[in-house]
Write a protein that binds this ligand. Structure first.
Ligand code: HPA
Ligand code: ZN
Length: 335
């Protein structure tokens, strides 16, 4: 089964590019930029960073980003992720980036997006992987700052497929960003939002995503299972979930495998993703393996997870169909 998982053509839909900053690259960028890090070695840095909740995770997460300063830094970050993804047979990735985590430190929006975009174009050409960018707003900052960031993104509109919402959900409900997301919709962006797991008011927040924001997809979102009317509405709209099991295992009480099983059984379009793989030590293959170990998935279940992912991806229909055919071919010959 490990071989089947390794070879499966994959689609990654919940991946923060800043969360792919491996300590080795962090040290290299620090040196290149003349930044002194608080820890002498990669091992020391890893050992010093501990967290058990979304809030505590985010502290070290944002601190680490200080090494990202120049266009080549963002290029190297994204290219390294895409090369790693290719090694796991990821065929297509939708990549979140957090411009405000950089503009708030004085790094221009233009530097961030140009580096990421150049890496995607190079990787498409040289590695054969395809990728698109999703711009996330930081929900613990003001709606005004999110709106200003949305406006700043408009000249780069063709390089961004949609917008999302991440960072600390506590006290920062979807409705806080109602106007920002309405404007993003008007500008032609697709919409998603983090509905982090086991947060205060999770069900209310997911309900707001449906009724107020009108999301096209839900990031995480397993607490929808707590409310049967939510489940019905999500089924009716055919919305997908980007679940991140190993990440959930770090910041909640488990990897939520049973919830993934229930979602599959309900015919919900659930997918398995990696979130912040450099921090949670698991890229998409390891996430699929973790769920398989917990649930003893069949090859059909595993193929279904990737089928769901290509289906709910923000690709043109014809491109999706190409990947789905590849997947069908793989399961027919290897399954
Ligand atoms: N949730 C919220 N914010 C984040 C996450 C997440 O899973 N990963 C990186 N920033
Ligand atoms: Zn996330």
């Amino acid at each position: 089964m490990d071989d089947f998982i390794a070879g499966l053509p994959k689609c990654e839909l919940h991946l923060h590019i800043e969360g792919t900053l491996e300590p080795e690259l962090k040290f290299r960028l620090a040196e290149r930029n003349g930044i002194e890090l608080p820890h002498a070695t990669v091992e020391e840095a890893r050992a010093a960073y501990s967290f058990d909740s979304l809030t505590s995770f985010l502290v070290g997460y944002y601190e680490s980003m200080d090494v990202l300063r120049t266009e080549p830094d963002f290029y190297d970050l994204a290219y390294a992720y895409l090369a790693k993804a290719v090694s796991q047979n990821v065929r297509y990735a939708e990549i979140f980036f957090d411009p405000q985590a950089h503009t708030s430190r004085g790094v221009p929006f233009d530097i961030v997006i140009r580096g990421l975009r150049r890496a995607i174009l190079d990787a498409e050409r040289t590695l054969g992987i395809r990728a698109q960018l999703i711009m996330c707003f930081l929900r613990d900052l003001s709606a005004g700052y999110a709106m200003a960031t949305l406006m700043e993104s408009l000249p780069y509109r063709e390089w961004i497929v949609g917008v999302g919402l991440d960072s600390d959900e506590r006290g920062n409900p979807p409705v806080k960003f109602e106007q920002v997301f309405a404007r993003a919709r008007q500008e032609g962006y697709l919409l998603t939002m983090h509905c982090d797991v086991d947060q205060e008011n999770s069900v209310t927040h997911i309900r707001q995503c449906l009724d107020v924001i009108g999301v096209d997809r839900i990031d995480h979102g397993v607490n929808a299972l707590d409310d049967s009317s939510l489940v019905e509405e999500i089924q009716r709209r055919g919305l997908g979930f980007t679940v991140c099991p190993v990440s959930n295992g770090f910041v909640t009480d488990g990897i939520k495998a049973e919830e993934i099983r229930r979602m599959l059984d309900l015919g919900l379009r659930v997918t398995v993703n990696s979130d912040d793989p450099a921090y949670f030590l698991a890229y998409v293959t390891e996430n699929l393996q973790a769920v398989h170990q917990a649930l003893d998935l069949t090859t059909g279940d595993l193929a279904r997870l990737e089928q769901n992912a290509f289906e709910i991806s923000w690709l043109p229909r014809a491109v999706k169909d190409g990947y789905l055919a590849e997947l069908t071919d793989y399961t027919r010959t290897q399954g």
